[in-house]
Design a protein around this ligand. Structure first.
Ligand SMILES: [Zn+2]
Ligand SMILES: [Zn+2]
Length: 234
């Protein structure tokens, strides 16, 4: 359980799911006990029991991008809970049309379903949870329709596979683009400030400031010679 500091009401629990240990986030309001799941990539029963244990009613599903380990549980959750799937940007639909097939190719048939969101997200749009506003940035590079969802006051950003603690998203997949990813990070994420904390799709949390200081791909000293990342989780 990670408690978000500086806010009396919002709590966050990170629940790793799928064989890729993808960080699904249960973000919820302690007063109303309503919450959202960000990137429920699979293991729907595990996610539902985590919410039940906390007494949280899930009201929406937010997706950062269309990869199987992030979006694979969304359709089943929508069906079982009667809620909406929001995001990512429409340019990731081709990935979401390939989830079931993709899991089968990885040797895990039935791990996830294809999904068509109820609403695609565009740069500059907002989402809300219990009165807290979350802003949307379109951040292509890892996938063409990737979005980052953040809240300025809480200083928390859900960055999916754009940026990791000490690494960046892979760009050796269809429609991946290394320069586009660098531009998304340096032109859209860094301006949010060094004290912005982020939850990556895989691995530990960090801050934009810590990554500018030491990330070997996009740190201020490394960026001019940045090479694509071609290994690690997708
Ligand atoms: Zn990904
Ligand atoms: Zn991933």
């Amino acid at each position: 359980m990670t408690q978000i500091k500086n806010t009396p009401a919002l709590d966050l629990q990170i629940i790793p799911v799928t064989p890729f240990s993808q960080n699904c986030s249960l973000l919820y309001d302690r007063e109303t006990m309503s919450g959202v799941l960000v990137d429920p990539g699979g293991e729907v029963d595990k996610l539902l029991s985590a919410a039940k244990d906390k007494g949280v009613t899930i009201t929406e599903i937010w997706l950062t991008h269309g990869h199987l380990d992030h979006a694979g549980g969304a359709d089943e959750l929508r069906e079982r809970l009667g809620i909406k799937v929001i995001g990512p940007h429409r340019d990731d639909q081709f990935w979401m049309d390939d989830i079931a097939e993709h899991w089968a190719r990885y040797g895990h048939p039935g791990m996830g379903r294809n999904v068509v969101p109820d609403r695609y997200l565009e740069d500059g749009e907002t989402l809300s949870l219990a009165g807290a506003e979350f802003h949307v940035l379109h951040t292509p590079g890892h996938t063409p329709g990737h979005v980052v969802i953040y809240n300025k006051d809480l200083k928390i950003a859900f960055v999916g596979d754009v940026l990791f603690a000490g690494s960046i998203g892979r760009t050796d997949f269809p429609k991946g683009n290394h320069q586009q990813l660098l531009d998304s990070i340096t032109q859209k994420l860094w301006p949010l400030g060094g004290d912005m904390r982020f939850i990556p799709g895989h691995g530990p949390m960090s801050t934009f400031g810590a990554e500018r200081a030491g990330n070997p791909y996009v740190g201020d000293r490394a960026i001019a010679n940045s090479q694509p990342n071609t290994s690690g989780p997708g």
